[in-house]
Ligand binder design. Structure first.
Ligand code: DX5
Ligand code: ZN
Length: 225
């Protein structure tokens, strides 16, 4: 299964609802980038937008918490309808306890690492995390170029785990041209902001990226990946 997750960070903030609704019925997951101005030099949204997006009843919503001490934020997402909280391994002193607290609060738990962060912490939470997010740009802003070294890191991770790990998500600089490379490296959830909302027809861009990604998965499967 492959999923393209539009990142609303790239949508027009003054037309967020119409931008998301315009994606049509093909959207399977929405990605909400939450930034605190400390873990990353940008400030964006909070639980209120998560609740509003879930209220549209268009697709499941995950929150990518680019925040320091993410465990402090967990309770404020209760009742929003967001189903997954993704925290950065770099942002918490006790990653396993944070995952347990996320689960205890009723959410799925994702763990993210930045491009220059080794994947070693992920090896210690394979049993606990529901999703692993390999940032393919330095977090904080959309519209950046994918950092190619992350794909090599992802291949090393896949080899180190024998392919036995939670689903991998990539986030940042992913457009149609990057689909084959990221799927070939093992990603199965592709976050895309600019490539979707920056296109003239976001619904068509979403369908095209989904088509390419599904074809890339089939190619990987026949190559006996
Ligand atoms: C960056 C965010 C990404 C970003 C992706 O910190 O985590 O989700 O919005 O946007 P594009 O696809 O434009 O790089
Ligand atoms: Zn993100």
């Amino acid at each position: 299964m492959i999923t393209i997750a539009p990142s609303v960070l790239a949508a027009d903030p003054l037309a967020m609802k119409s931008a998301v609704v315009a994606l049509g019925d093909d959207v399977r997951l929405l990605h909400l980038d939450v930034m605190d101005g400390r873990f990353v030099p940008n400030v964006t949204y909070g639980p209120g937008l998560g609740k509003a997006l879930c209220g549209l009843d268009l697709a499941p919503v995950e929150a990518h918490l680019m925040v320091e001490d993410p465990e402090r934020h967990i309770p404020y997402w209760a009742g929003t309808g967001v189903f997954r909280l993704i925290v950065h391994a770099e942002a918490t002193w006790d990653l396993l306890r944070t995952i347990q607290r996320i689960h205890g609060a009723g959410f799925q738990a994702g763990v993210a690492i930045n491009p220059a962060t080794p994947f070693a912490p992920l090896l210690e939470v394979l049993h606990a995390a529901d999703l692993l997010l390999f940032m393919t740009v330095s977090p904080g802003f959309g519209g950046q170029e994918l950092v190619p070294s992350v794909l090599e890191k992802l291949r090393r991770f896949d080899a180190a785990t024998g392919g036995r790990h939670p689903p991998v998500e990539v986030d940042g600089g992913v457009g149609p041209a990057e689909v084959d490379a990221v799927v070939g490296a093992g990603a199965r959830v592709l976050v895309a902001g600019s490539a979707i909302f920056g296109s003239a027809d976001p619904a068509a861009a979403l369908r095209e990226m989904t088509r390419r990604a599904e074809a890339a998965v089939r190619t990987s499967a026949t190559a006996g990946e």
